[in-house]
Ligand binder design. Structure first.
Ligand code: TRP
Length: 461
């Protein structure tokens, strides 16, 4: 079973693909809106802590499983453990891939649709900031608009995975993503210089701990996983193409720092603008679509700028979406011996069908609720806040207790010899985090959120 597997041409190949997966709507769309819904600075601080102490160590572990086994998530666990249980953990990742892509592509469809809105110059006809929100409501309220662009985005994503041109896209994003970064910096500067932006600044800098509860911690943890594309095997799959000459800890650190900075920059750009224009920080999934059009009208060259922005946002969403579809495809190709093309078409279509109720949550099905959430939020909750942390929990248990620490360290050392020689303490830290800290923390947060902990405590009271 030692067939030659394709590998990234260089370390930068892996970083580009992994960063392409990580950087996407999670940073620019989701981060600002959940910060807005959860009271600002306190949420950001918890998210940063989750990223540093859980996200980074588990990300290292996830990439390591991929590089060692050179398999898809299911194959990887099968190879290392030989038990059905751990293969099921891989399958849970495939399931999470279906769920996430199904609603992710709906939102990516909005970004795609907004390219056309930007072209028509629609934003510049608004006389009141709140009209941007009304316009968003009108667009997403239109079933044809929302399903149409959702379908178009799925077709684009399937086209890329189908043609196997990911590498081309990733090379291209080497040029495009720095431009997106630059645009975000400009938006941030525009936001900060708007009169009245101080309120936004204090919203993201001055924590109000009274709004924090167990649920907040779960959402922050889920966001840390979501934005780093971890917990379901996407990073594992990309790691499976990585060479043993390259350092996993340093790659993982670079991805984490890059991804987190982009989220923070987007957050500053949005909240300075939200408060300066008197909009509602608690607007939910529409937040950036309510806010950015207003900002574009307030900047020189806003027309061109807005077109570029939504094009780049759509491309960032594509490089993330292909990583989700790729996990599903790789599994059916490697483990079930499907033909690649057939797998892409069938599962792309299934993802589209699963996503339809999410798209309808903004119009026809807006009154339909499961556990107090509309279908779209429900799918996001299950995937981001349950399946991904659970995947991370199980991966850290696997690394800490099942795989064998000596084997783990031997594999991790490949490409990271310098780190092992010079900073043995960091390696020790990582062991402690992956073995004790991550599993215990994630477990408690998940337990708390399901209310089981409350019940137990009340029994002993
Ligand atoms: N991280 C991406 C974003 O922030 C979304 C994403 C891509 C993802 N692949 C994933 C999320 C795998 C969870 C798991 O937009």
């Amino acid at each position: 079973m030692t067939e030659q597997r394709e590998q990234w041409g260089s370390k930068i190949g892996f970083i580009l693909a992994a960063a392409g997966s990580a950087i996407g709507l999670g940073n620019i769309w989701k981060f600002p809106y959940i910060v807005g819904q959860n009271g600002g600075a306190a949420f950001i601080i918890i998210y940063l802590i989750c990223t540093a102490v859980i996200g980074l160590p588990v990300l290292i572990g996830e990439i390591l499983i991929g590089r060692t086994t050179q398999r898809n998530p299911v194959g990887a666990f099968k190879q290392l453990s030989k038990t059905k249980f751990w293969a099921a953990v891989g399958s849970m990742g495939i399931l999470a891939g279906f769920i996430i892509l199904s609603y992710y592509a709906v939102v990516a469809g909005w970004a795609l649709g907004y390219i056309f809105e930007a072209f028509t110059g629609n934003f510049f006809d608004f006389s009141e900031p709140t009209q941007a929100g009304d316009h968003f409501g009108l667009l997403t309220g239109n079933v044809y608009w929302i399903i149409g662009f959702f379908a178009l985005f799925m077709i684009l994503t399937m086209g890329v995975v189908f043609a196997g041109v990911q590498k081309g896209i990733e090379r291209g994003s080497k040029v495009l993503m720095p431009i997106l970064f630059l645009l975000l910096i400009i938006l941030m500067i525009r936001g900060i210089t708007l009169p009245g932006s101080e309120v936004g600044i204090s919203f993201i800098l001055k924590p109000d701990w009274s709004v924090v509860n167990a649920q907040t911690v779960l959402l922050a943890l889920g966001q840390a996983f979501f934005t780093l594309s971890m917990g379901m095997g996407a990073m594992l799959t990309y790691g499976s193409y990585m060479s043993k000459k390259d350092s996993i800890p340093s790659s993982a650190l670079q991805i984490t720092v890059l991804d987190t900075s982009i989220a923070l920059i987007a957050g500053i750009a949005i909240f300075t603008s939200v408060f300066a224009t008197g909009l509602d920080p608690n607007a939910g999934p529409g937040l950036i679509f309510h806010t950015l059009p207003v900002v574009f009208t307030k900047m020189p060259g806003g027309f061109i700028f807005s077109i570029f922005f939504f094009i780049l946002l759509t491309i960032a969403a594509i490089t993330s979406a292909i990583s989700l579809l790729e996990v599903i495809t790789a599994y059916f190709v490697d483990e079930r011996k499907w033909r690649r093309h057939k797998a892409v078409i069938i599962f792309g279509t299934i993802v589209f069908l699963i996503g339809i109720p999410s798209a309808l949550s903004f119009n026809l099905m807006s009154d339909f609720h499961l556990f107090n959430l509309n279908f779209f939020d429900f799918m996001d909750f299950i995937a981001s806040n349950i399946l991904l942390p659970l995947g991370g929990l199980l991966m850290s248990i696997f690394i800490g207790y099942i795989w064998g620490m000596d084997k783990v360290l031997k594999e991790l050392k490949f490409g990271a010899e310098k780190l092992f020689d010079r900073y043995p303490l960091l390696v020790k830290f990582w062991q402690v985090f992956i073995k004790y800290f991550a599993p215990v923390f994630i477990f408690l947060v998940l337990l708390q959120s399901t209310g089981i902990l409350d019940t137990l405590i009340s029994i002993f009271e």
